[in-house]
Design a protein around this ligand. Sequence first.
Ligand code: PLP
Length: 405
Amino acid sequence: MRDIDNIRSDFPLLQQKVYGKPLVYFDNGATTQKPLCVLEELRKVYTDYNGNVHRGVHAMSDLTSEAYEGAREKVRSFINAGKSEEVVFTSGATSSLNAIAFSFGERYISRGDEIIVSEMEHHANIVPWQMLCLRKGAVLRVIPFNDAGELELDEYLKLLSPRTRIVAVTQVSNALGTVVPLEEIIRPAHSMGIPVLVDGAQGIQHGITDVRSLDCDFYAFSGHKIYGPTGIGVLYGKEKWLSELPPYQGGGDMVDRVSFDRTTYNVLPFKFEAGTMNYVGAIGLGRALDYVNELGREEILQREKTLLAYATERLSAIKGLRIYGQAAEKICTISFLLDNIHQYDTGMILDKLGIAVRTGTHCAQPVMDHYGIQGTVRASLCFYNTIEEIDALGTGIEKVIGMFS
Ligand code: PLP
């Protein structure tokens, strides 16, 4: 991997100062910073060849369509999908999850059917299923997790039943950092013919995701969490499912032929891409994936493992600090609380020291309910963070404790 100072120089925002102090950005779980090559790619679309995609016979439209479809191919290759027809662009993970909850629900869910999610899901992978359950009279079942933050797989097996229609689980918990053993979720579900959707919003950027070897049926993620622009996301679905599911939005480009008597739909993946898509965002996402490949995904994984080990050791040594989420398999996210100090106070004081962390429930209120707490402080790291920044966090936390003692 390239030298870390050299890598950091790719990210203009990391050079910022906050309150006169060098910014320490530890909120990568919420959104990641963008390398210059992505910003340059976005500029290039608008200055060099912008035209709406799949619409014109003119050169600008052709060039943009080519770049947009090129981005789809980059996503396909990044997640190792079998066909680019299985890659649908959306506005983000939330929109991908809602799309499946709606379309799958319309086609396959009836009164009394069951849907399984886990206790550690982000609200984006709970609420759309609850809305579906309300609409159709279906029932939501929940896989519990233990205090270390690991899913209780024995309980999961007991939940699977002939009424289960789909299992929807996260790849990585945004609140605890747990890496979910997806194979152990997918295998038993498939043995009963039940499809599995994976929320990859916190997984895609850490390590290597191969949807074909995982054999998941659907996979969702957001561009902005993997160094790409906001407003663009991906929904992967196996062709056999996507071709069966009805579209969830109607409009331009998703149709084949429209008349007042009858409308027929476009082929995959366009059936699920109604209206003008965020094609500039898709092209930017394609460039971000190139960047990650250029750095090396295995190298990123190894560097992030080193950062996690160091941060866990440094923070665990602080008296009065409790880490929530101690799973054997974790990504480099650490959720914690300090004895008798509200998470907002901790977050606000760290901010004054130039350290950006997230505070609150992290859109995972059931996780907080599990521990009987109102929220945590979350430091979510990624490859561009450094050991020195972790030391700054450790010193900052000690300062917070000192102020309240
Ligand atoms: N799923 C998980 C696990 C997340 O962490 C997030 C965002 O933090 C989402 C889904 C939703 O992502 P977005 O807000 O980009 O749609």
